[in-house]
Design a protein around this ligand. Structure first.
Ligand code: P6P
Length: 337
């Protein structure tokens, strides 16, 4: 029976091996994982705990908040605010940043999260998840402001998600590939179940919300039309389609067996670059995908190179199997000629 490697042991070994995980970052990641266990417990109880349905409020995105959105947000705030490893937090569910209260020691890290991604799936028992991203507070900046969070995704020091599905699974990168941990309910701990995840460079599976087809830009329409044309079309092979409408579920599938995920700009809201949020959805997912050998762009540019202007800004996302993402980029460049 192989030795079970817990998340704690993995992080300690990562810390010991090359100092990639300083003590405070290791503590941060263990606290986030513990918070995800608490969220998983609330999600799993569902109707039995009266946590389904809407909370009767809206978030900064103007979206109706589900009770579990608020619960997940509170669990993450309460778990992380006292440890001394954080300077501040930012959440999809909060208009402005959350400063660690003065009664607690301040740390050097900034934690950003979408506490419960895929909320439209909560009440219908489809996988949802928590997405998180960790940045370092800029050196020498007195106090903490929203400006300190506005760093390109390439500056992340850790990123991951926890998917609440048939298993509760945590995917994590600190820059040394992607490791996946599965929650062992008997032990109550995350156990390493996959290391050095690799996304196949090619795929036959695409993920996009097809109901928006009439709103897409020409390059995206061209790419999807070619997938739909199958073996009789220019691609010479048949494709399959998946759309869970939980980014964590679609990305987890891509990390597990390859694929391409697209949430492109569309003309429903032409002044917005896309639906998904750059800082706490696209950036962490893009780093995970790149660390697993995939690619992530906004259709034209590498997402991790984008300099954010606002905390809750949105971005178009094309990520997954490298050769497919590069094809979409090529189609955008050709369309400009
Ligand atoms: P649509 C969930 O609300 C989310 O932010 C992502 O998790 C998901 O990929 C996308 O939006 C789904 O959007 O327009 O298909 O409901």
């Amino acid at each position: 029976m192989p030795t079970k490697i817990s998340l704690t042991r993995y992080l300690v070994e990562q810390q010991r091996v090359d100092g990639r995980i300083p003590g405070d970052l290791r503590l941060l990641l263990e606290v986030v994982a513990r918070a995800c266990k608490g969220i998983s417990h609330a999600v799993t109880k569902g109707a039995l705990a009266g946590v389904l349905g809407t909370a009767g409020s809206e978030n900064v995105q103007g979206e109706v908040q589900k009770k579990l959105d608020i619960i997940a947000n509170e669990v993450l705030i309460e778990a992380n605010e006292w440890g001394g490893h954080l300077a501040a937090m930012a959440s999809e569910e909060m208009d402005s940043i959350y400063l660690v209260p003065n009664r607690y020691p301040q740390g050097e890290y900034l934690l950003l999260f979408d506490p419960l991604d895929g909320s439209s799936n909560i009440d219908v028992n489809v996988s949802i998840g928590t997405i998180f991203s960790v940045l370092k507070k800029p050196e020498g900046s007195p106090g903490v402001s929203e400006q300190d969070f506005l760093q390109a995704g390439a500056k992340q020091v850790a990123a991951g998600y926890c998917i609440y599905g048939p298993q509760t699974t945590l995917a994590l990168t600190v820059g040394d590939g992607v490791a996946v941990f599965t929650l062992d309910a008997d032990q109550g701990s995350f156990v390493l179940t996959q290391e050095q995840v690799r996304i196949p460079e090619d795929t036959k599976e695409f993920a996009i919300n097809m109901s928006n087809m009439r709103h897409w830009d020409a390059p995206v329409k061209r790419y999807v039309d070619e997938c739909l044309a199958g073996r009789d079309g220019p691609r010479g092979k048949d494709f399959n389609m998946r759309w869970v409408a939980s980014m964590v579920a679609d990305v987890h599938r891509i990390l597990t067996r390859g694929g391409i995920f697209l949430y492109p700009w569309d003309k429903r809201e032409p002044d917005k670059p896309g639906k998904l949020r750059l800082m706490y959805e696209a950036n962490p997912m893009s780093w995970l995908v790149e660390q697993a050998g995939g690619a992530a762009t906004n259709g034209r540019e590498r997402i991790l190179d984008l300099k954010p202007g606002k905390l809750h800004e949105r971005v178009a996302v094309v990520l997954g199997s490298r050769n497919e993402v590069e094809r979409v980029t090529r189609y955008h460049l050709e369309a400009r000629k």
